[in-house]
Design a protein around this ligand. Structure first.
Ligand code: SF4
Length: 377
């Protein structure tokens, strides 16, 4: 019995890895190897790394998405957890302090509503019967009824539904079972519901990057809308990895660098006020791998630099390569009582002066370093 449970947990945990709980940049600090295939690092709002019990309710799926490891036509062991069984086993790990939260997803078993109801029942048992007050991230399944989105929100801290691709034209290359517009409608509702119920970790979505031949411009155009229009908390980018015995098994994997550049550009759109169409795309609409997007943008705009560090407003300071939002705030504080005269003053504020010096003057004096010419777009 125990062996069977452990077999299920390992399988359904391992198969849950395709749903991201942190970006590759967020998780750079999570170096500690985790003991079990169903425990994953995630990054909390404060930046601390927490361990999530991440698992599927079931891997029995009615659908055949071309990229998916648990698509209907793939020959793998099909398993499921009854709600009480899953809630109980999660609580064992939680009480022992091995995990700090739950991320529950599922394949589409019988129907989207049937599967969502199983998720809801597991969450209800956790909250009501086990009095669990900790973090829960619950997946909303494609095609689910609107009422069940609200019902799921009653028990969760974060909801997500994956758009998978930046538009319907791209999604059709990945799945004939999912309709992008239906996914988008539900994501919009998920966002509204998370705000209505004041869910502390908000709403997120995820895109599979690479196999639909979309470009970064298409992705980041959508990203801008998702943050500014739908008010999502995060957008995750899952670089494609081919899986044997799927229709996309011969499609090459997506470069790690593409994911890194997307996350850097995402940060510029989300936190630095960049519009997607300001980003330094190449002629194919992709971000170059060889230069980070903020530096790439600055190199394309020599007419805006250098800026005088003693006068530049916050909005311009955060666009200077090497100066982040924290650094810009420290500069403004410092300026209230001092006038910058030397590069060392920037270093004492924890600012990457080496890079920033190419784009600023200090008290009217330039400190450019010729090595920057090495970056080319
Ligand atoms: S619906 Fe989800 S689990 Fe099922 S095949 Fe598609 S991506 Fe995989």
């Amino acid at each position: 019995m125990r062996e069977r449970l452990s077999f299920k947990l390992n399988h359904l945990g391992n198969e849950a890895r395709y749903d991201l709980s942190g970006s590759i940049l967020d998780l750079r600090s999570a170096k500690t190897p985790l003991r079990f295939s169903f425990i994953y690092p995630a990054v909390g709002k404060s930046g601390c790394v927490v361990k999530l019990f991440k698992v599927l309710q079931t891997n029995m799926c009615e659908n055949n998405c071309r990229y998916c490891a648990i698509r209907k036509d793939r020959n793998i062991p099909r398993l499921y957890f009854k709600p009480k069984e899953l809630a109980s086993i999660f609580m064992e790990y939680y009480r022992r302090g091995e995990v700090q939260g739950l991320f529950l997803s599922s394949a589409v078993f019988k129907s989207p509503d049937r599967s969502q109801e199983m998720i809801i029942e597991t969450l209800r048992i956790l909250r009501r019967e086990f009095n669990y007050r900790g973090y829960i991230h619950a997946k909303i399944l494609p095609g689910v009824s609107y009422e069940l989105i609200e019902e799921t929100a009653k028990w969760a801290d974060r909801l997500s539904i994956n758009l998978e691709a930046p538009s319907g034209d791209y999604l059709i290359r990945l799945s004939e079972d999912k309709n992008w517009y239906e996914l988008y409608k539900r994501l919009k509702l998920v966002s509204e519901v998370t705000r209505k119920f004041n869910l502390r970790a908000g709403a997120i979505t995820q895109l599979v990057v690479g196999p639909a031949n979309e470009n970064d411009r298409d992705i980041l155009r959508l990203t801008e809308h998702l943050y500014r229009g739908l008010k999502l908390s995060r957008v995750y980018y899952s670089g494609f990895t081919p899986i044997i015995d799927t229709p996309l098994e011969n499609v090459p994997p997506t470069s790690w660098w593409r994911e890194v550049r997307l996350y850097q550009a995402d940060m510029l759109v989300k936190k630095y006020g960049f519009r997607h169409d300001e980003l330094p795309f190449d002629k194919n609409g992709n971000l170059p791998y060889g230069v980070d997007p903020k530096l790439g943008w600055a190199l394309k705009h020599p007419e805006l630099f250098p800026v005088e560090i003693n006068r530049a407003p916050y909005e311009m300071l955060i666009r200077v390569p090497g100066i982040g939002r924290v650094g810009a705030r420290r500069i403004l504080e410092y300026r209230k009582v001092h006038r910058f005269r030397y590069p060392e003053e920037l270093r004492t504020l924890g600012i990457n002066a080496k890079r920033a010096l190419n784009f600023i003057t200090i008290d009217g004096k330039a400190y450019f370093t010729p090595r920057l010419i090495a970056y080319s777009l």
